[in-house]
Write a protein that binds this ligand. Structure first.
Ligand SMILES: Cc1cc2nc3c(=O)[nH]c(=O)nc-3n(C[C@H](O)[C@H](O)[C@H](O)COP(=O)(O)OP(=O)(O)OC[C@H]3O[C@@H](n4cnc5c(N)ncnc54)[C@H](O)[C@@H]3O)c2cc1C
Length: 313
């Protein structure tokens, strides 16, 4: 596997080139979709009415990618800059700093810096905080700027900025899906709970969804998270939420105790039972057991962890 950096603008240009000249596709940029409602189409079949800034659209099927607010266990709040630093930042060519300058306190939660060198004098530097509530953009930007100053980058030229808030461990909603409508992207559950990664999962879903549409079937939703992964991510996030001051320690324990190829498989949804065992064994047992819902589950998990320890060793 290689670590890849894809600029949004390049991705959109590529997508536009892919659909250019296809007269089955009409692109309406800058038009916002508002309300969706179930209707009967002129041919008597069920469909969806989409109200937009520029009138009404009738559709047999709708793929809805609009972001929506969801309650979550933690929020990954981040703000980054691409900087031209003239060599002020010593980076290792070809090496990305995934979680550097990590620290956590009970009140502020975990904070860390992501450093992606783009050339010897240019880098993307991103400040991230895991917070139990979505943080105001101004707060994250101020913390980012303080971090840049501490890294000797106060005088660096800012080429561009980016930022966002990603919900980690979304609470289930009980809204019934509207017939003919599938939610996609982050709104459709694409974000991996424990990492906030979504891009590759969205690409995989898009391929399956396009194939289904080409066969004349309904668009495919994002697949449900497998039970084991959902449980592990959920327990991990609950432990981070309960002990923000220990979060840096948990990540370092995983980085030290789990072989890189195992960690990579876990983060890219391809973990084997041995990988999961190795991750469980690397982490301190008690704070994670405490997140299990009842005493019996805690005893069963303790026994499984002991077994996992033997497997991992
Ligand atoms: C700065 C940043 C960096 C990130 N980096 C990574 C990363 O490195 N790896 C990773 O896996 N994930 C990353 N993410 C997570 C990211 O959210 C996903 O990778 C992915 O782009 C989300 O896709 P999406 O389809 O849900 O949303 P988007 O890509 O935002 O697409 C939503 C689309 O819906 C359109 N839309 C919204 N509202 C309306 C409306 N009312 N009417 C019509 N159209 C509308 C928007 O214009 C947009 O085109 C990053 C997120 C951000 C913000």
């Amino acid at each position: 596997m290689s670590y890849q950096y894809i600029r949004g603008v390049d991705f959109y240009r590529w997508a536009l080139a892919e659909i250019a000249g296809d007269d089955r596709i009409a692109l309406r940029l800058g038009v916002a979709a508002r309300e969706l409602s179930s209707v009967t189409l002129p041919d008597g079949t069920p469909g969806v009415r989409v109200t937009t800034d520029e009138g009404v659209l009738l559709a047999r099927r709708v793929v809805d990618t609009r972001p929506r607010r969801t309650a979550a266990l933690l929020y990954q709040c981040f703000s980054g800059v691409e900087v031209e630093h003239g060599g002020a930042l010593a980076t290792e060519p070809g090496a990305v700093g995934l979680m550097t300058r990590m620290r956590g306190t009970k009140t502020d939660g975990l904070g860390f810096v992501y450093v992606l060198p783009l050339s010897p004098t240019r880098a993307l530097v991103e400040w991230t905080r895991f917070s139990p509530v979505p943080l105001a953009e101004s707060v994250v930007v101020a913390e980012r700027d303080a971090e840049l100053a501490a890294m000797g980058l106060a005088g660096a030229t800012i080429v561009r900025e980016e930022g966002g808030i990603l919900p980690m461990g979304r609470m289930p909603t009980h809204d019934a899906p509207m017939p003919g409508v599938v939610l996609a992207g982050n709104a459709g559950g694409a974000l991996r709970d424990a990492s906030g990664y979504a891009f590759l999962r969205i690409q995989q879903w898009a391929r399956r969804c396009a194939d289904a549409l080409a066969r004349g079937e309904d668009p495919a939703p994002h697949p449900a998270e497998p039970w084991v992964r959902r449980q592990m991510d959920g327990i991990f996030l609950q432990a981070l939420r309960a002990h923000p001051e220990r979060t840096a320690e948990y990540f370092m324990a995983m980085a030290r105790g789990v072989a890189p190829h195992r960690l990579l498989r876990f983060l890219t949804d391809r973990a084997t039972a041995g990988d999961l065992a190795s991750i469980i064994v690397s982490l301190p047992l008690l704070p994670f057991l405490a997140q299990l819902p009842d005493r019996r589950a805690r005893l069963v998990a303790a026994a499984s962890a002991a077994r996992a320890d033997r497997v991992a060793r």
